[in-house]
Design a binder for this molecule. Structure first.
Ligand code: MD6
Ligand code: FE
Length: 214
């Protein structure tokens, strides 16, 4: 582990706008622990392609850990305590996940963040996420913490209205984005992932999104 990696945790956050921050490389020193915990979670609750309320399979594959998990099906979007695939509770949130989320939120000025939901998304080349708001959570006073691992992606950062102009923010392995307060309901998305092979994660991008859902 080099000094550079640890410096990432103390580097000044980049402000996208009030309440929204990019923490470059914040997760890098912990990437190995995160990957190990991720393997355990996905062995228990496999990644799967959920169907949108409109009936289309999502290009992103999804699973969850924590007390609550985000799901989508013909009936809509919601949080559930059990994995609809096996009927059992979602895997517990690994301590390494929880610590990273709390530390990143604190770095962005949101102290005491204790998420009860972690949505795990796997993007392969071509997978994308159209502009949306994260508004299925009960706690709008709590931020969203979004961790990028693996292949680079272009994050779209928009405004309160879907028609607001969206900025393109390149995200790489280890970057963390935190948004809350006045930015909590801003639209965001991910452009189609480019082809590539990441030395640490293979041919995919993993995104961990932490929320206070319940
Ligand atoms: C990202 N993901 O992948 C951001 N939101 O960088 C999201 O904003 C997101 O992947 C809701 C549901 C799934 C997601
Ligand atoms: Fe989102």
């Amino acid at each position: 582990m080099t000094a550079d990696l640890f410096d990432a945790e103390s580097a000044a956050p980049l402000a996208l706008e009030p309440g929204a921050w990019v923490l470059r490389g914040f997760a890098l020193p912990r990437a190995e622990a995160l990957r190990g915990a991720l393997q355990a979670v996905t062995a228990d609750a496999p990644l799967r392609h959920l169907v949108t309320p409109g009936g289309k399979p999502m290009s992103v594959a999804t699973t969850n850990c924590g007390a609550l998990g985000w799901v989508s099906d013909r009936a809509g979007y919601r949080y559930t305590a059990c994995d609809p695939l096996g009927g059992r509770a979602w895997p517990a949130m690994p301590p390494s996940f929880l610590a990273l989320a709390a530390d990143a939120a604190a770095r962005a000025g949101f102290g005491g963040f204790a998420p009860d939901a972690c949505l795990i998304n796997r993007y392969v080349p071509g997978a994308r996420l159209t502009l949306h708001q994260d508004r299925d959570e009960r706690r709008m006073d709590q931020p969203i913490v979004s961790v990028s691992l693996g292949l680079p992606a272009v994050f779209l950062w928009g405004g309160p209205k879907r028609s607001d102009r969206a900025r393109r923010v390149p995200l790489v392995h280890g970057d963390v984005v935190v948004w809350g307060g006045p930015a909590r309901l801003h639209h965001h998305g991910v452009l189609p992932l480019a082809e590539g092979e990441h030395p640490f994660m293979g041919a995919c991008r993993i995104n961990l999104t932490f929320r206070c859902a319940g």
